[in-house]
Ligand binder design. Structure first.
Ligand SMILES: [Mg+2]
Length: 374
Protein backbone atom coordinates (compact mmCIF):
# COMPACT_ATOMS: atom_id res chain seq x y z
CA UNK A 1 0.00 0.00 0.00
CA UNK A 2 1.18 3.47 -0.89
CA UNK A 3 0.58 6.33 1.53
CA UNK A 4 0.22 10.09 1.40
CA UNK A 5 3.54 11.60 2.46
CA UNK A 6 3.22 15.29 1.72
CA UNK A 7 0.52 17.88 1.05
CA UNK A 8 1.21 21.32 -0.34
CA UNK A 9 -1.42 24.06 -0.51
CA UNK A 10 -1.15 27.22 -2.58
CA UNK A 11 -3.38 30.24 -2.77
CA UNK A 12 -3.08 31.74 -6.26
CA UNK A 13 -4.66 35.05 -7.24
CA UNK A 14 -5.43 35.14 -10.96
CA UNK A 15 -5.94 38.70 -12.22
CA UNK A 16 -8.56 39.19 -14.95
CA UNK A 17 -7.68 41.28 -18.00
CA UNK A 18 -10.92 43.29 -17.76
CA UNK A 19 -13.25 43.76 -14.78
CA UNK A 20 -16.21 41.41 -15.36
CA UNK A 21 -19.88 42.36 -14.93
CA UNK A 22 -22.95 40.19 -15.07
CA UNK A 23 -26.48 41.05 -13.93
CA UNK A 24 -25.47 40.88 -10.25
CA UNK A 25 -23.28 43.92 -10.81
CA UNK A 26 -25.94 45.86 -12.74
CA UNK A 27 -28.45 45.34 -9.93
CA UNK A 28 -25.86 46.58 -7.43
CA UNK A 29 -25.45 43.31 -5.55
CA UNK A 30 -21.80 42.78 -6.42
CA UNK A 31 -18.85 44.79 -7.62
CA UNK A 32 -17.24 43.94 -10.97
CA UNK A 33 -14.93 40.95 -10.63
CA UNK A 34 -11.23 41.68 -11.05
CA UNK A 35 -9.64 38.40 -9.95
CA UNK A 36 -10.30 34.75 -9.14
CA UNK A 37 -8.59 33.11 -6.16
CA UNK A 38 -7.55 29.47 -6.52
CA UNK A 39 -6.78 26.94 -3.83
CA UNK A 40 -4.37 24.35 -5.24
CA UNK A 41 -3.63 21.10 -3.45
CA UNK A 42 -0.63 19.01 -4.48
CA UNK A 43 -0.15 15.60 -2.92
CA UNK A 44 2.93 13.37 -3.08
CA UNK A 45 2.90 9.77 -1.93
CA UNK A 46 5.66 7.74 -0.31
CA UNK A 47 5.89 5.85 -3.59
CA UNK A 48 6.57 9.10 -5.45
CA UNK A 49 3.17 9.49 -7.12
CA UNK A 50 1.78 13.00 -7.47
CA UNK A 51 -1.54 14.70 -7.98
CA UNK A 52 -2.90 18.21 -8.31
CA UNK A 53 -6.38 19.56 -7.69
CA UNK A 54 -8.02 22.88 -7.15
CA UNK A 55 -10.94 24.79 -5.82
CA UNK A 56 -11.65 28.48 -6.30
CA UNK A 57 -13.61 31.49 -5.11
CA UNK A 58 -14.80 34.68 -6.69
CA UNK A 59 -14.81 38.06 -4.93
CA UNK A 60 -14.42 36.65 -1.39
CA UNK A 61 -13.63 33.37 0.31
CA UNK A 62 -10.12 32.61 -0.95
CA UNK A 63 -8.33 33.13 2.39
CA UNK A 64 -11.12 31.23 4.17
CA UNK A 65 -10.86 28.20 1.89
CA UNK A 66 -7.09 28.22 2.29
CA UNK A 67 -7.27 28.46 6.09
CA UNK A 68 -9.78 25.61 6.34
CA UNK A 69 -7.73 23.40 4.01
CA UNK A 70 -4.59 24.13 6.03
CA UNK A 71 -6.32 23.02 9.23
CA UNK A 72 -7.67 19.72 7.90
CA UNK A 73 -4.78 18.69 5.59
CA UNK A 74 -2.80 16.83 8.29
CA UNK A 75 -5.49 14.12 8.57
CA UNK A 76 -4.41 12.92 5.09
CA UNK A 77 -0.80 12.12 6.03
CA UNK A 78 -0.15 8.37 6.14
CA UNK A 79 -3.46 7.53 4.44
CA UNK A 80 -3.90 5.36 1.35
CA UNK A 81 -4.50 7.87 -1.50
CA UNK A 82 -6.72 5.37 -3.31
CA UNK A 83 -9.41 5.45 -0.60
CA UNK A 84 -10.89 8.67 -1.92
CA UNK A 85 -14.42 8.13 -0.64
CA UNK A 86 -13.23 7.36 2.88
CA UNK A 87 -10.82 10.30 2.83
CA UNK A 88 -13.59 12.69 1.77
CA UNK A 89 -15.57 11.59 4.81
CA UNK A 90 -12.51 11.89 7.05
CA UNK A 91 -11.83 15.44 5.83
CA UNK A 92 -15.48 16.32 6.34
CA UNK A 93 -15.47 15.02 9.92
CA UNK A 94 -12.25 16.90 10.64
CA UNK A 95 -14.20 20.13 10.13
CA UNK A 96 -17.69 18.88 10.93
CA UNK A 97 -18.67 21.83 13.09
CA UNK A 98 -18.54 24.18 10.09
CA UNK A 99 -20.91 22.02 8.10
CA UNK A 100 -21.19 19.97 4.92
CA UNK A 101 -21.64 22.72 2.38
CA UNK A 102 -20.17 26.06 1.42
CA UNK A 103 -16.61 27.07 2.09
CA UNK A 104 -15.69 23.98 4.14
CA UNK A 105 -16.81 21.64 1.37
CA UNK A 106 -14.99 23.74 -1.23
CA UNK A 107 -11.74 23.39 0.72
CA UNK A 108 -12.19 19.61 0.70
CA UNK A 109 -12.79 19.76 -3.07
CA UNK A 110 -9.17 20.75 -3.73
CA UNK A 111 -7.95 17.56 -1.98
CA UNK A 112 -10.60 15.38 -3.59
CA UNK A 113 -9.85 16.57 -7.12
CA UNK A 114 -6.15 16.09 -6.39
CA UNK A 115 -6.67 12.49 -5.25
CA UNK A 116 -8.62 11.67 -8.42
CA UNK A 117 -5.88 13.24 -10.53
CA UNK A 118 -3.28 11.19 -8.64
CA UNK A 119 -5.20 7.95 -9.04
CA UNK A 120 -5.74 8.52 -12.76
CA UNK A 121 -2.10 9.48 -13.33
CA UNK A 122 -0.96 6.35 -11.56
CA UNK A 123 -3.29 4.31 -13.78
CA UNK A 124 -1.94 6.09 -16.85
CA UNK A 125 -5.47 7.22 -17.75
CA UNK A 126 -7.28 10.51 -18.12
CA UNK A 127 -9.76 11.18 -15.30
CA UNK A 128 -12.53 10.74 -17.90
CA UNK A 129 -11.28 7.23 -18.75
CA UNK A 130 -10.79 6.33 -15.10
CA UNK A 131 -14.40 7.28 -14.32
CA UNK A 132 -15.70 5.51 -17.41
CA UNK A 133 -15.97 7.79 -20.42
CA UNK A 134 -18.91 7.90 -22.83
CA UNK A 135 -17.10 10.06 -25.39
CA UNK A 136 -13.71 11.56 -26.14
CA UNK A 137 -15.00 15.08 -26.80
CA UNK A 138 -17.78 17.23 -25.38
CA UNK A 139 -19.94 19.97 -26.93
CA UNK A 140 -18.65 23.32 -25.75
CA UNK A 141 -19.92 26.87 -25.58
CA UNK A 142 -18.27 30.21 -24.91
CA UNK A 143 -19.13 32.39 -21.93
CA UNK A 144 -16.16 34.77 -21.76
CA UNK A 145 -17.26 36.88 -24.73
CA UNK A 146 -20.83 37.73 -23.77
CA UNK A 147 -20.67 39.60 -20.47
CA UNK A 148 -22.75 42.71 -19.82
CA UNK A 149 -19.81 45.10 -19.68
CA UNK A 150 -19.08 44.23 -23.33
CA UNK A 151 -20.75 46.36 -26.05
CA UNK A 152 -22.92 44.28 -28.39
CA UNK A 153 -20.68 44.92 -31.43
CA UNK A 154 -17.79 43.46 -29.48
CA UNK A 155 -19.97 40.56 -28.26
CA UNK A 156 -20.72 39.70 -31.89
CA UNK A 157 -17.05 39.94 -32.83
CA UNK A 158 -16.13 37.72 -29.86
CA UNK A 159 -18.84 35.22 -30.80
CA UNK A 160 -17.66 34.96 -34.41
CA UNK A 161 -14.06 34.47 -33.28
CA UNK A 162 -15.21 31.87 -30.81
CA UNK A 163 -17.17 29.86 -33.38
CA UNK A 164 -14.20 30.11 -35.78
CA UNK A 165 -11.95 28.69 -33.04
CA UNK A 166 -14.11 25.57 -32.82
CA UNK A 167 -16.28 26.45 -29.83
CA UNK A 168 -19.81 25.60 -30.90
CA UNK A 169 -22.19 27.57 -28.66
CA UNK A 170 -22.42 31.15 -27.47
CA UNK A 171 -23.81 32.28 -24.13
CA UNK A 172 -24.99 35.82 -23.54
CA UNK A 173 -25.51 37.46 -20.20
CA UNK A 174 -28.93 39.06 -19.69
CA UNK A 175 -30.82 40.51 -16.71
CA UNK A 176 -30.29 44.21 -17.35
CA UNK A 177 -32.49 46.80 -15.66
CA UNK A 178 -34.26 47.46 -18.99
CA UNK A 179 -35.38 44.15 -20.48
CA UNK A 180 -35.52 45.65 -23.96
CA UNK A 181 -31.71 45.99 -23.88
CA UNK A 182 -31.47 42.23 -23.30
CA UNK A 183 -33.79 41.43 -26.19
CA UNK A 184 -31.99 43.85 -28.51
CA UNK A 185 -28.64 42.16 -27.74
CA UNK A 186 -30.02 38.64 -28.19
CA UNK A 187 -31.68 39.70 -31.46
CA UNK A 188 -28.47 41.29 -32.77
CA UNK A 189 -26.35 38.26 -31.91
CA UNK A 190 -28.86 35.79 -33.38
CA UNK A 191 -29.02 37.80 -36.60
CA UNK A 192 -25.24 38.04 -36.81
CA UNK A 193 -24.61 34.35 -36.16
CA UNK A 194 -27.59 32.81 -37.95
CA UNK A 195 -29.99 30.11 -36.81
CA UNK A 196 -27.52 27.25 -36.60
CA UNK A 197 -25.27 28.48 -33.80
CA UNK A 198 -26.50 27.20 -30.41
CA UNK A 199 -27.32 30.22 -28.22
CA UNK A 200 -27.92 30.37 -24.45
CA UNK A 201 -28.70 33.23 -22.06
CA UNK A 202 -27.78 33.61 -18.39
CA UNK A 203 -29.65 36.00 -16.06
CA UNK A 204 -27.45 35.27 -13.02
CA UNK A 205 -30.45 35.11 -10.64
CA UNK A 206 -31.55 38.69 -11.17
CA UNK A 207 -35.19 38.32 -12.29
CA UNK A 208 -38.19 37.95 -10.02
CA UNK A 209 -40.73 35.25 -10.84
CA UNK A 210 -43.05 37.46 -12.92
CA UNK A 211 -40.19 38.97 -14.92
CA UNK A 212 -38.62 35.57 -15.52
CA UNK A 213 -41.89 34.14 -16.85
CA UNK A 214 -42.46 37.14 -19.11
CA UNK A 215 -38.87 37.13 -20.37
CA UNK A 216 -38.99 33.38 -20.85
CA UNK A 217 -42.03 33.78 -23.12
CA UNK A 218 -40.44 36.62 -25.11
CA UNK A 219 -37.26 34.56 -25.52
CA UNK A 220 -39.04 31.44 -26.84
CA UNK A 221 -38.81 32.67 -30.44
CA UNK A 222 -34.98 32.62 -30.36
CA UNK A 223 -34.80 28.83 -29.99
CA UNK A 224 -32.31 29.07 -27.11
CA UNK A 225 -30.54 25.96 -25.86
CA UNK A 226 -31.36 27.11 -22.34
CA UNK A 227 -32.18 30.01 -20.03
CA UNK A 228 -29.76 29.96 -17.11
CA UNK A 229 -30.40 31.07 -13.54
CA UNK A 230 -33.50 33.12 -14.30
CA UNK A 231 -34.28 33.29 -10.56
CA UNK A 232 -32.59 33.22 -7.18
CA UNK A 233 -30.43 30.10 -7.05
CA UNK A 234 -32.41 28.67 -4.11
CA UNK A 235 -35.89 29.40 -5.53
CA UNK A 236 -36.60 25.79 -6.45
CA UNK A 237 -40.35 26.26 -6.82
CA UNK A 238 -39.97 29.30 -9.07
CA UNK A 239 -37.53 27.45 -11.33
CA UNK A 240 -39.86 24.43 -11.40
CA UNK A 241 -42.80 26.60 -12.51
CA UNK A 242 -40.69 28.04 -15.33
CA UNK A 243 -39.40 24.64 -16.39
CA UNK A 244 -42.98 23.37 -16.65
CA UNK A 245 -44.32 26.47 -18.42
CA UNK A 246 -41.68 27.18 -21.04
CA UNK A 247 -40.49 25.20 -24.07
CA UNK A 248 -36.98 26.60 -23.62
CA UNK A 249 -35.08 24.42 -21.12
CA UNK A 250 -34.22 25.92 -17.73
CA UNK A 251 -30.68 25.48 -16.44
CA UNK A 252 -29.49 26.16 -12.91
CA UNK A 253 -27.30 24.89 -10.07
CA UNK A 254 -23.93 26.63 -10.30
CA UNK A 255 -24.32 28.43 -6.96
CA UNK A 256 -25.21 25.35 -4.95
CA UNK A 257 -22.53 24.08 -2.60
CA UNK A 258 -23.56 20.51 -1.79
CA UNK A 259 -25.17 17.48 -3.35
CA UNK A 260 -28.05 17.85 -0.87
CA UNK A 261 -28.88 21.31 -2.19
CA UNK A 262 -28.91 19.97 -5.76
CA UNK A 263 -31.13 17.03 -4.79
CA UNK A 264 -33.75 19.40 -3.43
CA UNK A 265 -33.90 21.28 -6.73
CA UNK A 266 -33.89 18.12 -8.80
CA UNK A 267 -36.69 16.59 -6.71
CA UNK A 268 -38.86 19.63 -7.34
CA UNK A 269 -38.22 19.55 -11.10
CA UNK A 270 -36.45 22.91 -10.92
CA UNK A 271 -34.29 22.43 -13.99
CA UNK A 272 -34.07 20.62 -17.29
CA UNK A 273 -30.31 21.00 -17.28
CA UNK A 274 -28.27 20.68 -14.08
CA UNK A 275 -25.20 22.85 -13.73
CA UNK A 276 -23.12 21.54 -10.86
CA UNK A 277 -19.65 22.88 -10.15
CA UNK A 278 -17.29 20.21 -8.79
CA UNK A 279 -15.13 22.61 -6.76
CA UNK A 280 -18.26 24.12 -5.23
CA UNK A 281 -19.97 20.84 -4.27
CA UNK A 282 -16.92 19.16 -2.74
CA UNK A 283 -15.00 17.75 -5.69
CA UNK A 284 -15.29 14.85 -8.10
CA UNK A 285 -16.55 12.32 -5.52
CA UNK A 286 -19.59 14.47 -4.75
CA UNK A 287 -20.10 15.50 -8.38
CA UNK A 288 -20.35 11.84 -9.39
CA UNK A 289 -23.08 11.18 -6.81
CA UNK A 290 -25.01 14.10 -8.18
CA UNK A 291 -24.42 13.03 -11.78
CA UNK A 292 -25.86 9.60 -11.03
CA UNK A 293 -28.94 11.19 -9.47
CA UNK A 294 -29.39 13.57 -12.42
CA UNK A 295 -29.00 10.77 -14.95
CA UNK A 296 -31.63 8.76 -13.12
CA UNK A 297 -34.02 11.68 -13.76
CA UNK A 298 -32.92 11.92 -17.42
CA UNK A 299 -31.63 15.46 -16.89
CA UNK A 300 -29.07 17.10 -19.10
CA UNK A 301 -25.75 18.27 -17.70
CA UNK A 302 -23.80 21.48 -18.26
CA UNK A 303 -21.24 21.92 -15.46
CA UNK A 304 -20.25 25.44 -14.42
CA UNK A 305 -16.76 26.99 -14.97
CA UNK A 306 -13.46 25.06 -14.39
CA UNK A 307 -13.46 23.33 -17.78
CA UNK A 308 -10.11 21.72 -16.91
CA UNK A 309 -11.99 19.50 -14.43
CA UNK A 310 -15.46 19.44 -15.92
CA UNK A 311 -14.38 18.28 -19.38
CA UNK A 312 -13.51 14.92 -17.81
CA UNK A 313 -16.70 14.72 -15.75
CA UNK A 314 -18.90 15.69 -18.69
CA UNK A 315 -17.18 13.07 -20.86
CA UNK A 316 -18.22 10.47 -18.27
CA UNK A 317 -21.90 11.56 -18.16
CA UNK A 318 -24.21 9.21 -20.11
CA UNK A 319 -26.40 11.89 -21.76
CA UNK A 320 -24.77 14.28 -24.23
CA UNK A 321 -23.59 17.22 -22.08
CA UNK A 322 -22.11 20.69 -22.59
CA UNK A 323 -18.92 22.09 -21.12
CA UNK A 324 -18.45 25.79 -20.48
CA UNK A 325 -15.42 27.33 -22.20
CA UNK A 326 -13.65 30.03 -20.17
CA UNK A 327 -10.22 31.13 -21.29
CA UNK A 328 -9.52 32.82 -17.95
CA UNK A 329 -7.60 29.92 -16.41
CA UNK A 330 -5.28 29.41 -19.37
CA UNK A 331 -2.33 31.37 -17.83
CA UNK A 332 -2.34 28.94 -14.89
CA UNK A 333 -1.62 25.78 -16.87
CA UNK A 334 1.12 24.69 -19.27
CA UNK A 335 -1.36 22.73 -21.38
CA UNK A 336 -4.21 24.13 -23.44
CA UNK A 337 -7.43 22.36 -24.29
CA UNK A 338 -8.19 21.68 -27.92
CA UNK A 339 -11.53 22.69 -29.46
CA UNK A 340 -12.73 21.97 -32.95
CA UNK A 341 -16.03 21.39 -34.69
CA UNK A 342 -17.90 22.74 -31.67
CA UNK A 343 -16.36 20.23 -29.28
CA UNK A 344 -13.66 20.17 -26.64
CA UNK A 345 -11.33 17.17 -26.86
CA UNK A 346 -10.39 15.11 -23.82
CA UNK A 347 -6.62 14.83 -23.91
CA UNK A 348 -4.84 11.52 -23.49
CA UNK A 349 -2.59 12.99 -20.81
CA UNK A 350 -2.94 11.04 -17.57
CA UNK A 351 -5.06 12.57 -14.81
CA UNK A 352 -6.59 15.97 -15.43
CA UNK A 353 -3.65 16.65 -17.73
CA UNK A 354 -2.66 19.93 -16.07
CA UNK A 355 0.59 21.30 -14.67
CA UNK A 356 1.04 24.72 -13.09
CA UNK A 357 2.95 27.40 -14.98
CA UNK A 358 5.73 29.54 -13.55
CA UNK A 359 3.22 32.39 -13.81
CA UNK A 360 0.83 30.54 -11.50
CA UNK A 361 3.70 30.10 -9.02
CA UNK A 362 4.45 33.81 -9.32
CA UNK A 363 0.81 34.68 -8.52
CA UNK A 364 0.95 32.53 -5.37
CA UNK A 365 0.22 34.64 -2.29
CA UNK A 366 0.33 31.94 0.40
CA UNK A 367 1.57 28.37 0.75
CA UNK A 368 1.34 25.77 3.50
CA UNK A 369 2.57 22.22 3.71
CA UNK A 370 2.45 19.21 5.96
CA UNK A 371 4.18 15.84 6.01
CA UNK A 372 7.55 15.11 4.41
CA UNK A 373 8.52 14.81 0.77
CA UNK A 374 9.78 11.26 0.07
MG1 LIG B 1 -24.02 31.13 -15.00
Amino acid sequence: MDEIAHVRLSSVVLPLRTPISDAKVLTGRQRPMTEVVFLFAEITTAGGHEGIGFSYSKRAGGPGQFAHAQEIAPVLIGEDPSDIGRLWTKLSWAGASVGRSGLATQAIAAFDVCLWDLKARRAGLSVAKLLGAHRDSVRTYNTSGGFLHTPVEQVIENAKASVASGIGGIKLKVGQPDWRTDIARVTAVREALGEDVPLMVDANQQWDRATAMRMGRVLEEFGLVWIEEPLDAYDAQGHADLARSLDTPIATGEMLTSVAEHVRLIDLGASDIVQPDAPRVGGITQFQKLAAYAEHRQLDLAPHFAMEIHLHLAAAYPLEPWVEHFDWLEPLFEESLVTNGGRMRVSERPGLGITLTGQARAWTVATAECGKLP
